[in-house]
Design a protein around this ligand. Structure first.
Ligand SMILES: [Zn+2]
Length: 688
């Protein structure tokens, strides 16, 4: 039956040019209704429960809901509006209510438990995932317990949204006004006018106002020359979420208690144990072993770098002892002077089209696929470009990429991301989106990418490839790029390695005016400067993860204040203040949603870096496009998330996966594997 709702009519590629906000909710309603019928049939099934008649249909139950939800998510990222946000909220509530109905159903849970555990690898993964979902929703608890889980979840949702709200309002509350021209020394004109506009918007006739958002403050700490300015914005950022009426202290305390209660009800020692059971790392001690191994070498290296930067500052008119708000600035100046690397010059060799094609070419060489632009697909915006991906061996279609690279008005989400628009299913091609927020090209100049932007494109491209290629499974929910973040981020992070290789860069980097290839000396300067002080970021993640774990492992009876907890987890080291950036009460990651992936999951940033460094080692030894290594990596991508991560990695990497091996690979990749040199004679630093 044909309807007016394009989401309810058959299609292969979603008719993005016809879909409107009002189409989503009726389509989801219908999908939930259909799923409800299948659910009723499934739980009243009388034949003896087995994998085929219970687990498989359960996995397929949500397939139409997911199909519509993925299209909606695409629009949420690409062209959101108040109406769409409101619809999405209603829809999310409906879906989560239906999920609870299914996964808290006693009869179905009983049936599921009676299924014999499967033996083949991907069936095992599916069984484990669903088992954890039942468990997490409280399906195996008595009715009283189930009710309590529901109540806790409702409270956590409220607390987390209050936490985020306090951060948003607290950020504005802590805005700092500067009135002396000396305060803003060193800031580029565009930043100065943005700060002036902030001041005017807040009703000040003169002056410049900093609203202490984290990324903006990080950027300003690097470039601002005035120490007083830096100290003020650093301290303002640290106060966000800590002062009335936007003080998060009582909220974090409640969250701590409720998450602990929820986890112990389900049989775990604490929330971290509950969360880690759903990840690749698997347990807190294993992550700690990894982090300790990294710290052992990264910390002395960090100490060495800080001493070097401190001496440089002292010799160039800076403070003798660097405060936390000074370090980024002097590190930046030291880097510029020491490595003489001109990042803008490098950018001139990175026009967007070259980098995009370079990414495609790289993927073609590693994974034996081909990318071809195909302009016939429906799009939601003229900026979007669409590409067919084909398997070179079989000629079969792999999927479609929607590339949406330019910034638009407020209707497009910020930063960069990849998302799946459609899973690969019979009659439905696999579709992924690749999104950035680059400036549109000027008339006489193409969009030139910075090194960071190129790295981001390859990172998101890695997620996209995992989505495109990770379909070697019979179970739709196990297609890439889903799954636990500590594993999922491997596939994106490992791809960041290629544009750092001259061989790869030479295939696409061309000067936008002259067409010449990247000069060797510019490449070498980039290489030398790239890892300078990289250990600081790695250690910041570890410091934050220690707080994260302390928070999520502590017995609430022992929890007094967030400050006390922070101190119990903090590195004891003379320079440690330089790697502490998040007081708990202004740290959004673990508190952004009830059971946020980052709650006891922040370590994932370093874990996936370590895994990616280890995964790239064979290429490092045998060449960026070594055929055997390419094949192994392609196999790992093809699994999606259908195999247990550790096993899949070991199988394809051909070596056992230890936390020491990961730590060593990570340290080597940032040049922190060698024992620190004593580089300072007195306090003078020789500058080349
Ligand atoms: Zn990522």
């Amino acid at each position: 039956m044909k309807t007016d709702n394009p989401l309810l009519n058959p299609y292969d590629v979603p008719p993005l040019d016809k879909i409107k906000t009002e189409h989503f909710e009726p389509a989801i309603d219908q999908a939930i209704e259909e799923a409800g019928k299948k659910f009723a049939a499934l739980k009243s099934e009388t034949s003896a429960p087995d994998f085929a008649n219970t687990v498989v249909p359960l996995d397929l139950l949500f397939i139409d809901i997911v199909r519509i939800q993925l299209v909606m998510d695409t629009f949420m990222g690409a062209s959101y509006s108040d109406e769409l946000v409101a619809a999405e909220e209603r829809i999310s509530k409906k879906i989560s209510a239906f999920k609870k109905t299914v996964y808290q159903d006693e009869a179905l849970a009983k049936r599921f438990k009676a299924v014999a555990k499967p033996s083949n690898a991907e069936d095992k993964t599916l069984y484990k995932n669903l088992s954890l979902t039942f468990e997490g929703e409280g399906a195996f608890l008595p009715p009283e317990g189930q009710k309590r889980i529901k109540a806790i979840d409702d409270k956590l949702i409220g607390l987390c949204s209050a936490f985020v709200d306090n951060l948003n309002k607290g950020t504005k509350q802590q805005a700092v006004l500067f009135t002396n021209i000396e305060d803003i020394a060193g800031l580029p004109e565009a930043t100065v006018s943005a700060l002036r506009k902030n001041a005017q918007d807040a009703g000040h006739k003169t002056g410049w106002m900093v609203i202490p958002e984290r990324l903006q403050v990080d950027m300003l700490l690097e470039i601002a020359e005035n120490q007083n300015f830096r100290q003020k914005i650093f301290e303002a950022l640290s106060r966000v979420g800590t002062q009335l009426p936007y003080d998060n202290e009582p909220i974090t305390k409640d969250i701590q208690k409720l998450r602990h209660e929820r986890a112990t009800m389900l049989g775990y020692s604490d929330y971290a144990a509950y969360a880690l059971a759903r990840t690749m790392a698997g347990s807190v001690p294993r992550v700690n072993a990894f982090m300790d191994a990294v710290t052992e070498k990264a910390l002395p290296k960090f100490e060495e770098s800080v001493r070097t930067i401190q001496a440089f500052a002292a010799n160039n008119g800076g403070p003798r002892t660097l405060k936390p708000w000074d370090l980024s600035h002097w590190a930046n100046r030291y880097r510029q002077k020491m490595f003489d690397f001109d990042a803008n010059k490098f950018s001139e060799y990175l026009p967007l089209d070259n980098v995009t094609n370079g990414f495609f070419k790289t993927a073609e060489r590693i994974f034996d696929v081909t990318f071809h632009e195909n302009k016939t697909y429906p799009r939601y915006h003229d900026d979007v470009r669409t590409y067919d991906v084909t398997d070179n061996k079989t000629g079969a279609p792999v999927g479609i990429v929607y590339a949406d690279f330019f910034a638009r008005d407020d209707s497009k989400r910020g930063a960069a991301w990849m998302s799946q628009m459609q899973q690969k299913l019979p009659g439905h091609p696999n579709i992924v989106t690749l999104n950035m927020n680059l400036l549109k090209p000027a008339v006489d100049k193409p969009t030139l990418l910075s090194l960071d932007e190129m790295s981001t494109l390859f990172h998101e491209g890695g997620h996209a490839l995992h989505g495109l290629l990770g379909t070697n499974t019979t179970h739709p929910s196990l297609q890439g790029p889903a799954g636990a973040a500590d594993y999922a981020e491997f596939f994106s992070t490992v791809m960041e390695n290629w544009p750092n290789q001259k061989e790869c860069l030479d295939s696409f980097a061309r000067h936008f005016k002259t067409g010449e290839v990247l000069p060797d000396d510019l490449f070498e300067k980039m290489e030398r400067s790239q890892n300078f002080f990289a250990e600081r970021d790695v250690l910041k993640v570890i410091q934050n993860s220690r707080r994260d774990f302390a928070f999520h492992t502590m017995d609430p009876a022992n929890y007094t204040t967030s400050k006390a907890l922070e101190q119990s987890a903090d590195f004891q080291h003379p320079f440690a203040d330089h790697i502490r950036s998040y007081p708990l009460n202004r740290w959004q990651h673990p508190f952004s949603s009830a059971l946020s992936d980052y709650a006891a999951g922040y370590y994932g940033y370093d874990w996936s870096k370590g895994l990616a460094a280890l995964g790239y080692e064979p290429f490092d030894k045998k060449g960026a496009f070594d055929p055997d290594s390419c094949q192994r990596l392609a196999k790992l991508f093809s699994y999606g998330v259908s195999r247990e991560g550790n096993h899949a990695f070991e199988e394809c990497h051909g070596d056992s996966l230890t936390t020491d091996a990961m730590a060593n690979a990570l340290l080597k990749s940032i040049g922190a594997d060698r024992s620190p040199r004593v580089s300072l004679a007195g306090s003078r630093v020789a500058l080349g």
